[in-house]
Design a protein around this ligand. Structure first.
Ligand code: ADP
Length: 478
């Protein structure tokens, strides 16, 4: 769910807070504006009522003059004002209709209790009005009503509210987008750590998660994980060293025993059952020696991981040489071993190790192809990698086993007495990994298998390539 992400939750939370704040701000602004305009207009109207009284005092009993004086001085209609003067319930003057038509001057009611001398204000539709009572020299009471159209202020208020109403969501959206990117920026170190962790393999055991320049807690997490990787790396090296040492220790006594057995077998003729026992023991001893050799090779490969060798190796030349040497095995089974196809491709690597890959793959191809079958090799280039494929018309591998044949000690038919110990392809994979390459297989049971190894081309970096090509031509390597 989207709300599982801390970014979405934070952005949502602060958007909600912004909506709340925005609503309070909007209400407060509109309320303040209304209050302020009311106050200002009311006090102006009270002052104007006083002015009206001042100019009209002398003309109260001359209606025509009163009208003229007031209209000249205050222009009520054109200024959208309302002026009404009354004495003892008798109307002395009342302004006409305002030009904006915001109120009907003839229907403005008299404010109750207008005889009181304190000014009172009231809103009547679009009109805001103040009533003041004044006393004449003769002791009579004159009420002056001074009003003003409120339409303009109402329009301004409406526009203010509208612009806040429209502006706030825009602000909100901008804040949400900014918040999202801010959070993404803050979590970028976590992304970098995830990417580094995803690509972590024992090929590069010294690779660590990036921890610099990040949020202190994220940095602390990265450092803790790196310390854990250090410990795992140490433990793994320890185990690898142990199996390498054990294999080494086994090698010498095995060689001695095999030598002794060979000596006895080549010596005086023994009774048949003793000879058979010797021959079986010798065969098992040979297998055991091969197994120990393979284990040693595997542990050497692991120590090579991450330390790339940069010698130039021509894969085609290597394939030709290896196939020539293994030709006899194919001849024994009447398997046609075709000459390698494809261009000369130079990869960066250790020649002996790369040769071992070809030996293992060709050995398997011949071993698992019935008499009279075919084995072919192709060399080529794929992006920044050189590749070799070894294809046979053999028994093939069931899809369920294809992924696992590269595992150590994995054999597809362990009960059928397959000759190897299941380390050949593990060594192929390990050598490929040590070179920063890959090994894969495509196979169809009863049709055949095609093993492919990919190794990075020699010095893809141009400067290095030039230097290495010069050096390689000196060594007679194309
Ligand atoms: P081994 O040394 O026992 O041959 P590998 O690691 O080389 O072990 O191979 C593992 C298993 O993969 C073998 O036991 C075999 O069943 C299967 N395999 C390997 N190469 C081929 C091939 N070319 N055709 C069919 N099966 C193969």
């Amino acid at each position: 769910m989207i709300l599982r992400s801390v970014t979405s939750r934070l952005v949502l939370l602060y958007c909600l807070l912004l909506v709340l704040l925005g609503a309070v701000f909007l209400a407060f602004t509109v309320f303040s504006f209304r209050h302020y305009t009311n106050e200002t207009i009311t006090s102006n109207l009270a002052i104007r009522a006083q002015e009206i009284w001042n100019v009209s005092q002398g003309a109260l009993d001359q209606p025509a003059r009163l009208t003229e004086v007031i209209e000249r001085r205050f222009s009520p209609q054109s200024e959208d004002r309302f002026i009404r003067i009354a004495a003892g319930g008798r109307l002395l003057y009342r302004s006409g209709q305002p030009s904006d038509g915001s109120f009907d001057a003839a229907r403005i009611p008299v404010l109750p209790g207008s005889a009181a001398s304190n000014p009172r204000s009231s809103m009547m539709g679009n009109l805001i009005m103040v009533s003041r009572a004044f006393t004449t020299a003769q002791g009579g009471t004159v009420t002056v009503d001074s009003g003003q159209s409120y339409q303009f202020a109402q329009t301004v208020e409406k526009e203010l509210a509208t612009s806040l109403f429209v502006g706030l969501p825009v602000l909100l959206l901008a804040a949400a987008v900014a918040g999202y990117f801010l959070m993404r920026g803050a979590l970028a170190p976590v992304e970098a750590m995830i990417n580094a962790a995803e690509t972590y393999t024992f090929n590069e055991p010294h690779k660590r998660l990036p921890t610099v320049d990040s949020e202190p807690r994220i940095e602390a997490l990265g450092q803790a994980l790196n310390r854990m990787l250090d410990r795992l790396d140490n433990a793994y090296s320890h185990v690898s060293r142990f199996s390498a040492d054990a294999a080494h220790e086994l090698r010498t006594p095995l060689t001695i025993i095999r030598g002794e057995l060979e000596l006895v077998a080549a010596g005086e003729k023994q009774p048949e059952d003793v000879e058979r026992a010797f021959s079986n023991a010798l065969e098992e001893m040979t297998r055991l020696s091969a197994l120990v050799d393979n284990l040693i090779t595997l542990s050497r490969m692991e120590s090579m991981w991450g330390k790339r060798s940069h010698a130039a190796v021509d894969l085609k030349e290597l394939a030709e040489e290896t196939m020539e040497q293994m030709g006899l095995l194919a001849v024994e089974k009447q398997i046609s071993l075709m000459r390698p196809q494809g261009p000369n491709v130079v990869v960066a690597g250790d020649r002996e190790r790369l040769k071992q890959i070809l030996v293992n793959l060709l050995d398997n191809a011949i071993k698992y192809t019935r008499d009279g079958g075919e084995v072919s090799v192709e060399v080529g280039m794929d992006g920044e990698n050189g590749f070799v494929t070894v294809e046979d018309s053999g028994i093939g591998i069931d899809p369920a086993h294809q992924e696992r044949v590269f595992d150590r000690f994995y054999r597809v038919f362990p009960d059928r007495g397959e000759v190897g110990a299941g380390l050949g392809l593990a060594i192929v994979k390990s050598i490929c990994q040590a070179h920063g390459g890959t090994a894969s297989v495509r196979s169809v049971p009863e049709i055949g298998s095609c093993f492919k190894i990919e190794i990075p081309l020699f010095a893809p970096d141009k400067k290095m390539a030039a230097a290495e090509t010069a050096a390689a031509s000196g060594r007679g390597i194309p």
